[in-house]
Design a protein around this ligand. Sequence first.
Ligand code: COA
Length: 263
Amino acid sequence: MSQVFQPGLYAGKTVFVTGGSSGINQRIAEAFGELGAKVAINGRKVEKLEAAVKALRSKGITAEGYAADVRDYVALEGALEAAVKALGPIDVLVCGAAGNFPAPVAMMSSNGFKAVMDIDVLGTFNACRAAFERLTKPGAVILAISAPQAQVAYPMQAHVCAAKAGVDMLVKTLAMEWGPVGVRVMSIWPGPIDDTEGMQRLAGDPEVKKKVEQALPLQRFGTKDEVAQLALFLASPAARYITGSIHAVDGGMSLIGGQLLSM
Ligand code: COA
């Protein structure tokens, strides 16, 4: 539970989170819910989605789940439409669905590269495009979950580096196009975050984790809640003059070189 933000800060607001049935995105959805928001989460796997909705409801949060692959525009638009019918126009859209696996380019298939580009870049575009007519205007906020890979090149992450750079440029362009109608758009860069599928894949070995921690300026992995706190701030009135910007919550990971994840 957030101890920093005013209770009820998001009361009456609708928050839609893609990839919201697990990891960082699930915690972001929950954190908005704890501050009063009605929460719609989207995911590909129905069982996982239903379990996540149940967990949110068990905490007294108004929550609905909508299954759709973010790569499928029609399905995602249907999910957004259903969410708006049930919970009202979208105040905060979190584009969290992402793909990742560590692989050097020489071992990566064209389809593997495409899968990550499609989930991250096309998926973020699809969510923003389909949400646009369904956003509260003025006042809505879009948060894309990007990564330090957008700016720092990491071996075994070519697909993610390319995809996240694309996501960040999409964010900046949307901020320019949609700022005049009162929609703010920003990127969040989670660094190495404990207890996530992404970090399990990239630094699952305890020895690798220890080396990564020692290399980080803040000397530890972050928590899902620390990412959620940034999302709560960026979507709040306190951030009303912020748009088109990239916000790292990464313990300083983006300040050090790209060998970090290949230790
Ligand atoms: N190494 C190399 N290639 C891999 C791979 C791996 N670990 N995992 C998947 N791929 C390749 C597949 O081989 C396939 O290519 P091919 O057809 O040439 O064989 C391609 O990626 C698509 O895989 P597919 O099984 O059809 O799954 P998908 O399209 O649903 O997406 C992932 C695959 C891995 C991108 C996706 O399931 C994923 O990212 N899951 C993890 C989620 C996660 O960790 N999120 C946190 C992000 S930080």
